[in-house]
Design a protein around this ligand. Structure first.
Ligand code: PGA
Length: 249
């Protein structure tokens, strides 16, 4: 059975006071909760790991550098992230691809570096509005999968998040049919490249304007194993119903 995962990406939001949301979340989790990971800003990683101790909630970073160490002022290595106690890192988020001009090969290198540090990589892919409207989604996704995933991905070191860029933070969500089509396509591409044993075990998350009121519909898709949630992960009261919807899916 493939595991289910609800991941919250706080982006550049939150200070130490926000960590109280972690404690609030714990008390709102159902007994049969799926895996939950919160990705706070880097300065909060250590304290978030302390706050999440014994809650069953995992902590992840939002990015790592592609090199193991060196003269990269302001950057954070995968080993530093692991040293805080965090166990996940998001790589290739569209906000990094766009604002920091990260290319597929950068993302691939980051995933590899994350694995070397013992982290699980949440690798993000997704098309622009322009590509969506031109019906290029599957071509873009195929290209990003080919370029962003290292060849030695295993069943346990990676989670893939499909996030249509036009759905992130916009309140717009693809139809269930569109989500089903892309997720089925991703799973089939993984099977061709890595074999069905690996492909069947990789959690595929949907991301982009997931909210308490649309989560249950999205989780109906067979190849959606969870969500990468931005805005609605900032408050336990919003994230908890999404987690509950995933548990019931
Ligand atoms: P959103 O962000 O849920 O606020 O749309 C999702 C993401 O960027 O991961």
């Amino acid at each position: 059975m493939r595991r289910k995962l609800a991941a919250g990406n706080w982006k550049m939001n939150g200070t130490a006071a926000s960590l109280r949301e972690l404690n609030a979340l714990k008390s709102l989790l159902p007994a049969d909760a799926p895996d939950v990971v919160i990705c706070p800003p880097a300065p909060l990683l250590f304290r978030a790991c302390e706050a999440a101790r014994e809650t069953g909630i995992s902590i992840g970073a939002q990015d790592c550098h592609m090199q193991e160490s060196g003269a990269f002022t302001g950057d954070i290595s995968a080993a530093m992230i692991a040293d805080t106690g965090a166990t996940y890192v998001i790589v290739g988020h569209s906000e990094r691809r766009e604002a920091h001009e990260e290319r597929d090969r950068d993302v691939r290198k980051k995933a590899q570096t994350a694995w070397n540090a013992g982290l699980t990589a949440i690798i993000c892919i997704g098309e622009t509005l322009e590509d969506h409207e031109a019906n290029n989604t599957l071509d873009i996704i195929a290209g990003q999968l080919a370029g962003s995933l290292p060849g030695d991905m295993t069943a346990t070191n990676t989670v893939i998040a499909y996030e249509p860029i036009w759905a992130i933070g916009t309140g717009k969500v693809p139809t269930l049919e569109q989500i089903v089509e892309v997720h089925d396509f991703i799973r089939s591409k993984l099977a061709v490249r890595y074999g069905t044993d690996v492909a069947d075990m990789i959690p595929l998350l949907y991301g982009g304007s997931v909210k308490p009121d649309n989560a249950a519909t999205i989780f109906r898709a067979e190849n959606v194993d969870g969500a990468l949630v931005g805005g609605a992960s900032l408050k336990a009261a919003d994230f908890a119903p999404i987690i509950r919807a995933l548990a019931q899916s």
